[in-house]
Design a protein. Sequence first.
Lengths: 769, 184
Amino acid sequence: MDTFLIDGQSVTFEPGENILQAALEADIQIPHFCYHAALGSLGACRLCAVEINPKDSDKNARVVMACLEPAQKGLEVSLSAAAAQQVRRHVIELLMINHPHDCPICDEGGECHLQEMTVACGPSYRRYRGNKRTFPNQDLGPLIHHEMNRCITCYRCTRFYQDYALGNDLGAMRLRNEVYFGRFQDGPLENPFAGNLVEICPTGVFTDAVFRQHFARTWDLKTAPSICPHCSVGCNTLPGARDGTLRRVRNRAHQELNRWFICDRGRYGHQYSEHNTRPLSPRVSGINTDYRSALAAAARKIQAAAERTGGIGSVREDLEGNVMLRSLLNDLKGIFTAFNDPELEAATLTAVSRMQELDNTPHLAALEQIDAALITGDLTVHAPMIDLALRQAWRNGAKLAMLHSSVAPLTQFASTAATVAPREIHDMLTQLYRQISRQPETNDAVTQTIKTIAATLSQARQPLMAGVVETSTAQDIIALAELAKAFEPAAQLIYVLPGPNAYGAALLSAAGDTVSLLKAVERGEVQTLIVAGSDPFSEPRSGARWRVARQKINTLIVLDCIATATAEAADILIPVAAWPERSGTFVNYEGRAQGFSTVFHRPEYLPSTADIISEISRLLENQLCDAASMLQDSFPGFQAPTPGTPGVQISAQHLPIRNNELMQTEPYSSDNGWQAALTSWLGDEPLAGFSPALTELAPPDTALINPESAARASLKSGSSVRLWNSVYSVETCVQINPSVANETIAIPRSMLVRLGIGHGDSLNLEQLV
Amino acid sequence: MLKKPTPSYQSRHGTGLLRSLWTVLRHAFTKRDTIPYPDVKRPLPARWRGRIVLTRDPDGEERCVACYLCSAVCPVDCIHLQSRQLDEGRRYPETFTIDFSRCIFCGFCEEACPTLAIQLTPDFEMCEKHHASLVYDKQQLLIDGQGKHPGYNFYRRAGVAIAGKAIGEAECDTPPVDRDSNLP
């Protein structure tokens, strides 16, 4: 590898790197503002000035920008040369001419790049005595606070927002020394990654509006490595807490997953742990009590029920909590499942087994390198960071093909996008498979869309198949996996799973246990039901069944950190620690086990789920071992990964590959009526649903219908309708949306729950006059 | 071997005694250095580092903007505060406590304070019977005056907008740029 010299120190570089990149990699701090590893060089700020000594002794040394000067072998660079120092000093002095006297009240203070650079290179006093230029601020919504006076025109915000996150509602306006970064009009930033502006802005123009409400300086925050609990990607985060309350969540770089950025749900969803409805003291039959008596009451009920006990783990419960609950149920000979819905269980288990079989699930950094993808469903909501990685792939020239039933923001970058009704996705994938394996049936009318998608995927060097488990059936998942197999070994396969630990939950579940448990509860065979970190009552498809079956349960014991519908209905409610308040392990969509550690303790005593179950088993005189040895039994050789490390691939026995017997429920009726589809938005997740800043941005609850279907049913935008199935009905109004498939009504999760139906189920519509 | 006293010493012995008696007698009529505290209190210099107060700006508003610099610089960690923000933009400390049983009156907080809010005063008479009574809260710290630095108002110089001062109305600001126009 070639080297060059910086102030006499030898620095190695890769071909194509510039001086600044090479220096930063060698941990030599050249002052800079506008350069960012994800955004590259721009040369706007002029701060990274360095002097280059000429090889020719009769030429003068020249000052260049380190971010624009390619590194060359044998180059002699000087950071400390007087000329370079003077340039940097002048740049800072000029930037400070208009910088307001805000540091004491600026949230960036203490972690401000401009403060650091001013201390490092600039003059200590402002010589200029003239007045300062000022800008009006904009209202950018509940997540980001705008203070435009502090801007130093480095263009990082628009380069991130427009070029990297591909948003289009933030840009540079005006000219000269009056360049303004903002929206065309006041209003919340629309991009789901807008929160990263807080971290990417080198000064305090964009600051965290949620953190601002309970502000603390960075040096007062208690931090520890954590994992985001809001989707199955498993982004690494750094929560900050003070005085026993969680104040903010920041990105923590993981070389293969989230490198510099996290999504807004990860950044702002943490407010659930400070929500005023959060259960903080145990409750037995509606009366607040202490842990000792609540656990004793729970143990008594479990002892009385013995083998008539059931247990529901959760896809958002850590590996330790799930494995302890499973062991307790094994000891009692009761039924354990980690899922609330039989179909979701089938879909998740199928997805995990297929990913294990194909063994080619890319991490986010690898995703950016793919050149074609077939995406079914809405990745932006279910796994925002996978969406961001695919946006980078699109920037690199990848062709994206999308099949979706409802709104999916990624379609704006798709080369081919087709709206497909939920029940027709399987047919579509099968046709695609036939087209690719060149066995089209003669009577198959192959549409142009399928031909285009097949051509795109066939020409690709490395095609990706991506599916969303929550809006797919097990059959759709098998079809997508078969498609990926057709391209083996190049093809990559990703399924977005329904929770941060859905992979781990699937490894601990046996197929069919959810339906057995649900049926046992409905038959009254379960006296005591333990629910750990789950909310079966708010499940779209089976929630209604659980709510009815609740009457047959003698005692419902709920362990959770949020006030879910199930927790509200509990006979014994045992609050547990939220994720930053405990340590544990999540397994992400790749099967990567990552540890998270306790960031802080609240003033209240809040144990983890695993601790509570181990205490209950002690009261039952069952003596379960600790979670670590239980995990060793389930996954031989498993060592809980140290928080802050990249994580380890979980080595588990592959789940059995099943094809048809997984479909537990009866097939869809073949009527040609309306189908329900799930339409969700960024905050549509159990934990983030308790974050007031995010829920403020929730779209109105309406039924989305596409223009053609609406015209056929003579519906207009704003028409009041009644949606009903066999038992329940809701009234809402119609909104016309072309992103919805034909004969499909896209409704939010809350409405699906009230109707007791799931994505793809039949639905009736009646217009109200 | 003991050294014998010299004859000169012996000769001065008598006068020396008289001189001491004279000195004592003379001191009996000079002004006393000892002050009968607490009946008489010694005037303290204005820069004496005693009891800490939070002052107000000339408009009567709290000067403290809860920047946390005093609590960061405090070598004994005796200052604790939590910032809050009014809807109109002004920052203030929601809680502000100083544990005077820990405070070493070093004055670093006063030096660090960017808004001249926290000031040390020439008062040291703070004895209490109970330890907890030495933890002063904001109500006990906040005084009605401007203290040693009359006339200074941080918000008149800062760039943020507060009630009664929009963007561009600070002492050294130009009127705000119209972002919707491209005219020079």
